[in-house]
Design a protein. Structure first.
Ligand SMILES: *Cc1c(COP(=O)(O)O)cnc(C)c1O
Length: 464
């Protein structure tokens, strides 16, 4: 069988609008050179995010019809709760409108002002909610994660020395929980090994600190464990997945990723006290505990998605499709983060645009230029996304300055991936013409979503 052939066939199609270069030049200018502000109709291949962009299966669409829309005691909630209990192995489940709803609740329940939350690299919304609750995020990821050319197989791993250092410096009583993400989005979708997870658990136990997981892409993580960790190749994904979750006290989840739906999320825990406190906040911020911001039909679709996501054939195709795009770009000499992660290919904007300083926002400029080149929409993950230090007001300067080509699940074909690879390679030939950008509008929080920019100089890259 062809290695990357799709393990599904297409039952419904969504026709796309094909744009001209002139239309795209006008669109990017109107969008303030921020790919978040481009109209979807003007995009040919949308790799902005893998969040909520999944294609649902025929079974998920069928499940929508049996949603029980009762305010309380909804049958759909019990299906959802059962799916989380079966697949994640967590007894207590709180539905939320999406992942950040769960992060908000967990942060408010556990974090006190002055607390420190160690994590394997920050994620935008996660850190924001930790800070809103008065906490401070500290990075404890291994150094390899910050090096886009380091080929280590588990670049999401926690550096145990760094974690222990935090416990000793601030005192474990000021660490409400350690937050471990599988895979690590901001490092390029890099996985964590089972061995590392076990060691983190042991260290947390020694200091009596809770361990919570951002399980957003833990299925993709399980595939890497199966592929790379000694002794794991014969185990089904479902089993590896559950073992990963067995090491943590609970998890927050964005259903818009692994769970194969367009909206939804949850907080799950083994701790009855955290569960009770979470339910009290849930009724204030999300909704009654039996729907928490979701419709009954949403919970039905997630229940089916949770069972489909641990199918070995599905997840193998998912990760290999992403890797295939990376291989095509590498063959064209384009600098990318290696090894290719689970949900997307990350262009290394520092090496792509060596003529630009980080203050000239190279990744933002590259994403804008790629849209004009081929109608491909990507996202900046660099200095713009990491924001400013809340204390000093200075820009954070992350080591990684990346453009993320995120692949939605079950949506695009191999031919689409060819078009993406061609567009990026063509742009790479003209890379020296890409100018830097400057802010013309800068929001205070999560600025990357709605900021506006302008080019530092006129360039053919942004002309028709
Ligand atoms: C998307 C994401 C979240 C937040 O989830 P939403 O559903 O977008 O609110 C949290 N953590 C990671 C790693 C994510 O990728």
């Amino acid at each position: 069988m062809v290695k990357r052939a799709e393990p599904y066939r297409i039952k419904a199609v969504e026709p796309l609008h094909m744009t001209t270069r002139k239309e795209r030049v006008e669109e990017i200018e109107a969008a303030g050179y921020n790919t978040f502000l481009i109209r979807s109709r003007m995009v040919y291949i949308d790799l902005l995010t893998d969040s909520g962009t999944n294609a649902m299966s025929d079974r998920q669409w069928a499940a929508l019809m049996v949603g029980d829309e009762a305010y309380s005691g909804s049958e759909s909630f019990f299906h959802f709760e059962k799916a989380v209990q079966d697949v994640y192995g967590m007894p207590y489940v709180v539905p939320t409108h999406q992942g950040r709803g769960a992060e908000h609740i967990l942060s408010q329940v556990l974090i006190k002002p002055g607390d420190v939350i160690p994590g394997n690299m920050y994620f935008t919304t996660t850190r924001e909610h930790q800070e809103l609750a008065g906490g401070q995020f500290v990075d404890i990821i291994c150094d390899a994660a910050h090096d886009p050319q380091d080929l280590s197989p588990f670049k999401g791993n926690v550096d145990l020395g760094k974690l222990e250092q935090v416990f000793k410096e601030v005192g474990p009583e000021h660490v409400p929980y350690v937050s471990i993400a599988l895979t690590v989005n901001m490092a390029g979708g890099q996985p964590v090994s089972l061995e590392n997870l076990r060691a983190v658990r042991a260290l947390c136990d020694r200091y009596h600190v809770r361990l919570y997981m951002d399980a957003t892409r833990a299925v993709e993580n399980a595939f890497f464990v199966q592929e790379r960790e000694p002794g794991q190749s014969d185990r089904p994904i479902r089993e590896i997945f559950k073992e990963q979750l067995s090491y943590v006290d609970g998890c927050t989840m964005s259903g818009k990723k692994d769970n194969l739906v367009n909206i939804g999320g949850f907080l799950a825990t083994r701790d009855p006290e955290v569960f009770e406190a979470a339910r009290e906040l849930l009724v204030v911020f999300e909704g009654f505990p039996h729907y928490g911001g979701l419709a009954g039909r949403d919970m039905e679709a997630i229940s089916v998605g949770i069972r489909e996501m641990v199918d070995d054939e599905y997840i193998k195709h998912r990760v290999l499709q992403v890797r295939g795009l990376g291989e095509r770009l590498q063959a064209a000499g384009v600098p990318i983060v290696l090894p290719v992660g689970g949900h997307g290919v990350f262009l290394d904007a520092r090496r792509f645009l060596p003529h630009l300083e980080q203050e000239q926002l190279p990744a933002q400029a590259l994403a804008a230029a790629l849209y004009v080149q081929g109608g491909v929409r990507a996202m900046e993950r660099g200095v713009v996304s990491s924001g400013r230090d809340p204390v000093t007001g200075e820009n954070h300067h992350p080591k990684l300055e990346l453009v993320r080509l995120t692949v939605p699940r079950r949506v695009y074909t191999e031919s689409h991936m060819d078009v993406v690879a061609e567009s990026v390679s063509e742009l790479y030939q003209h890379r020296s013409e890409i100018p830097g950008l400057r802010f013309v509008h800068e929001p205070k929080r999560l600025r990357f979503f709605t900021a506006r920019f302008e080019p530092l100089r006129p360039s053919p890259v942004f002309q028709a």
